[in-house]
Design a protein around this ligand. Sequence first.
Ligand code: G6P
Length: 614
Amino acid sequence: MCGIVGYVGQKQAKDVVIEGLRLLEYRGYDSAGIALVHDNALATDKKAGKLANLEKAIAEAPLPSSTTGIGHTRWATHGAPNDVNAHPHAGPQRRVAVVHNGILENFARLRDELERAGHDLLSETDTEVAAHLLENEVRAGADLTTAMQNVCRRLEGAFTLVAVDAEDPSRVVAARRNSPLVVGLGDGENFIGSDVAAFIEHTREALELGQDQVVTITREGVEVTSFDGSPAEGRQYHVDWDLAAAEKDGYDWFMRKEIFEQPRAIADALLGRHDEAGLLQLDEVRISDDELRDIDKIVIIACGTSNYAAMVAKYAIEHWTRIPCEIELSHEFRYRDPILTRNTLVVAISQSGETADTLMAIRHAVKQKAKVLAICNTNGSTIPRESDAVIYTHAGPEIGVASTKGFLTQLIACYLLGLYLAQVRGTKFGDEIAAVVRELAQMEDRVQQVLDDAARTYALAERFRDAKSVLFLGRHAGFPVALEGALKLKELAYIHAEGFAAGELKHGPIALIEPGLPVFCVVPPRGRDQLHDKMISAIQEIRARGALTIVLAEGDDTEVTPYADVLIPLPTVPTLLQPLVATVPLQLFACELATLMGHDVDQPRNLAKSVTVE
Ligand code: G6P
């Protein structure tokens, strides 16, 4: 959801800003813009569409040399994604330029106030209001830092703002409330970004900011204050990945690269999770064993793909711990007035750690005194920071908008959480837990096995490149896999796709079946004989009505072969862990089909990776 960059140092700010935007473009790509400070004036350019459009414009009309600048890549909220609404926005005299991520909820009132005072606002955005307010302040004599503090106290909503003042090239000033912002600490230069990818090429030392803080970066240093001007501090940390991890590494898409990184990501997610005696340990879970023993209900909240990880987690956690486990979409959670007590564990799953719906949901849970545990991939992000405990998924940066390795490593974290709770509460014997952990350790190879067979799925994508609709069926832990397969296809190929619980088919969706309709069927392992057999019945039912069945089943499952028009063999794994292998062909299928259709796989239309508005 919008990428923002700020730089002050000795390098050409244009190069640093554009490169930073390139690495942040996954956050939003409706338009892009840049503002540089040069010779007591602003030099700006902005263009609708992807960053490439802005780069082309700059190549045709070069910007002046400057070592202070800001930039933005947008996911539109207020106003259509056109040149005028693109950021940066400038004040009336073009002295201050601002980029913004978030929504200023009281912007209509502020805009009205400005217009009545004679201001002429050019765009439909809420951001331009902030630019005018800031410029009023600096023209009245405030420095940009004080101006930002004063303006932020008047703003409502969620925002990250980054600004420059044409008459003060020494500083870039930023502020955050409920929206991501990190500072990159360099030598003789400092950076601002929506996330560390913006500056990872230059430094791996970062500073995370708290809520309602203003940060001023100069060449010499970084100063953090609260909105009221009182001194404040950020938390410094080292980023454990580098530029290479944020590059495509020879793949056509980040998404494809990330799909193929999954074996390694699984291994990393499992690393160091048990002690010498073989007991599971989750160092980051700072909730005491006594408190965990008192938990009488778990509520897992998440959005999008992370919500499907939550659905899988329910099957595993309830089975292993016997603790009732609810799943709820984050944006629905607090509005239904959920019953939460001190003994409720709320688990928030978020790859980015910044999804506003999930953040607001955990704040509600914290107010109700529930314990909150985050499962997150992004160190320094807001959701883990505001939680009592966190399990990091260690997948490395996920740039493709459609989540892949983020999802698989969330599953690993959920399994670990379930087993850890079972260990603490004694609902599973140590050898039973150790057996599952051994199975998990093998998943790296199992997923690799599926990836080695990618050509089979790619051929399928070629065969169905003209499909208008695709269905996905699953049961038990295979049901969320079916939902995820359908979501991937909607996100990337923009075709109608739906996932159903196979048992629900006969209650309505079977009416959708018509001759030739491709239906992916995720068959549970034969170890769960009843589930397995019922799934086969469902496949027979749709096949009898002309569906073309693409069956994902254990490679040597001969019972299902007669009903499979196409068979995608899966390795034999326990039922609860099957989503780790069954999801992978569906990711490959969506990625390949979208590629064949000529879509931008990493940046699908209308989407953004990290949705920081509610
Ligand atoms: C967006 C992304 C999805 C993602 C969802 C939740 O909608 O496009 O891929 O699953 O947000 O994101 P989170 O970072 O909270 O897991």
